[in-house]
Write a protein of this length. Structure first.
Length: 205
């Protein structure tokens, strides 16, 4: 792509470095911002800088939050005996949008993937075990995408947690193999949560 301005090219290159943004889309976004008032661009820039500088990760569940402990973990309306284990914040948002789940969460921050050099020590697994030692949690739900990495992560977690006195279940496979939680429609995801099955049963399918 030929640019009439080095400044324009630099801005487009930065935008096109974002996931799912090609150069044509990046150019359209940059030109849109260029046509906005300075005050609007300043608001946009401030929102990004404020996010980067002030965002926190909940010290209990590792979800993205504004404070040290997220609103979900602080809520007295949540079922504190139930914890849904997910890959990242996008999955928390997807499940919350179903309005079918009222327990707590634990965000792993990724999936085990030896090909990408990601092992168990790179994920928030030990902190999950620490939460279980308190004894308040009675059931763990694995709501992790049905991919090779997802199944590997669930298998590892099950081995690590099976000696605790709790029920371990996984969402029903209403989501196709290879499908990712964040892209599932709300009805399918909601039903997958409410019709969850014991993890051992899922191994037999």
């Amino acid at each position: 792509m030929n640019f009439s301005s080095k400044l324009l090219e630099q801005a487009v290159n930065e935008f096109s470095g974002l996931p799912g943004i090609g150069q044509k889309t990046a150019l359209r976004l940059v030109l849109h911002l260029l046509n906005q008032d300075n005050a609007d661009v300043d608001k946009f820039t401030f929102a990004l800088l404020n996010l980067k500088n002030n965002i926190k990760y909940c010290k209990q569940c590792h979800n993205i939050a504004d404070h040290a402990v997220c609103e979900i973990c602080l809520s007295h309306k949540r079922d504190r005996t139930l914890v849904c284990v997910v890959e990242d914040t996008r999955d928390v948002m997807a499940i919350e949008n179903t309005n079918q789940y009222h327990g707590l969460y634990h965000v792993l921050g990724g999936l085990i993937s030896p090909m990408d050099g990601i092992g168990p020590s790179d994920l928030a697994i030990e902190s999950l075990a620490e939460r279980l030692k308190i004894g308040e949690i009675k059931e763990i739900i694995f709501a992790i995408s049905a991919t090779m990495e997802g199944d590997t992560t669930i298998f590892y977690l099950h081995k690590k947690l099976k000696n605790y006195d709790l029920k371990i279940s996984t969402i029903a496979r209403g989501i196709a193999f290879g499908g990712e939680i964040e892209y599932a429609d709300e009805l399918t995801l909601g039903r997958s949560i409410t019709t969850r099955v014991p993890y051992e049963n899922s191994l037999m399918r």
